[in-house]
Design a protein around this ligand. Structure first.
Ligand SMILES: [Zn+2]
Length: 271
């Protein structure tokens, strides 16, 4: 059975409130958090002339709170595609805030914290504690239709030798089926994708459907061998909880993005 975490389980460290997945924490090999608005990045930070320094400050605050060096946090230029970047070498030279165009990152390097920014889309963390190797995924509806979560597991298996049954998975806060309405144009693409859409969508009225993106991703990963008892779902809808979470659907383009990150702890003996 999949373990779920609710809104009341929110944690606080310093001035950052965040959610965590108890099964990932219990492994003892990773640091991770799904931050709320308090650890996030508002859109203004990217568009203002001082965006670089504001972003740097946010990275530093996050890194200091969770105990890693700010320059070791890698986020992505997310493009709603299915490109997966592998980082299997130490970061040399260290480049602050280096970004890469992809929607998933995999690494076995203990000195790299990998992060994803979301405001309705589904953030997913992967941990294979046996290799050990970690991954992070950004899955909106486009990425879900492209099967990005399945592809990330496939790549982990081929590149790092992960057995999917060993994987621990955490799904962060995202827009829920209570709120994720799509129109006929999107639903047409969903239906023609070959994806098992019937289980994860519901007709809501003329020309309107609702999708359950998190469940769709869970199902895709299950198909690749993920085991339910190793899966944890932070079942908190971004659109229903805008007091603590950014939501593009609720707040529009002026909203920000919350960051989720994961890092392999460097103080663990390699097997
Ligand atoms: Zn909702």
């Amino acid at each position: 059975m999949i373990q779920t975490v609710g809104r009341d389980d929110v944690k606080t460290l310093g001035d950052i409130t965040y959610f965590e997945a108890p099964p990932l924490k219990a492994l003892g090999v990773v640091n991770h958090a799904f931050c709320t608005k308090s650890g996030g990045f508002s859109q203004g930070m990217y568009s203002s002339p001082n965006s670089g320094s504001a972003k740097a400050e946010e990275h530093a605050r996050l890194a200091n709170t969770f105990g890693f060096e700010p320059q070791r946090l890698i986020t992505m230029d997310q493009v709603h595609g299915d490109r997966i970047r592998i980082m299997d070498k130490p970061l040399i030279p260290l480049r602050p805030f280096s970004n890469c165009r992809s929607d998933a990152l995999l690494t076995d390097q203990p000195d790299i914290a990998i992060g994803v920014l979301t405001a309705d889309c589904v953030p997913i963390l992967l941990v294979d504690p046996k290799r050990p190797v970690i991954g992070i995924i950004h899955a909106g509806w486009r990425g879900t239709l492209l099967g990005i979560a399945q592809k990330a597991i496939h790549k982990m298996t081929h590149h790092f030798g992960t057995h999917p049954g060993d994987l621990f998975v955490a799904i962060g806060p995202s827009i829920g089926e209570c709120c994720y309405e799509v129109d006929e144009a999107v639903m047409g693409l969903v239906c023609s994708s070959g994806w098992n859409w019937q289980a994860f969508s519901r007709r809501k009225g003329m020309g309107k459907w609702v999708l359950n993106l998190a469940r769709a991703n869970i199902d895709q990963m299950r198909d690749r061998g993920m085991r339910d008892e190793k899966c944890c779902w932070i079942r908190v809808c971004t659109r229903c909880n805008t007091d603590i979470l950014f939501s593009y659907r609720a707040e529009g383009p002026a909203t920000g993005e919350q960051i989720s990150f994961i890092q392999l702890r460097g103080d663990i003996d390699r097997v």
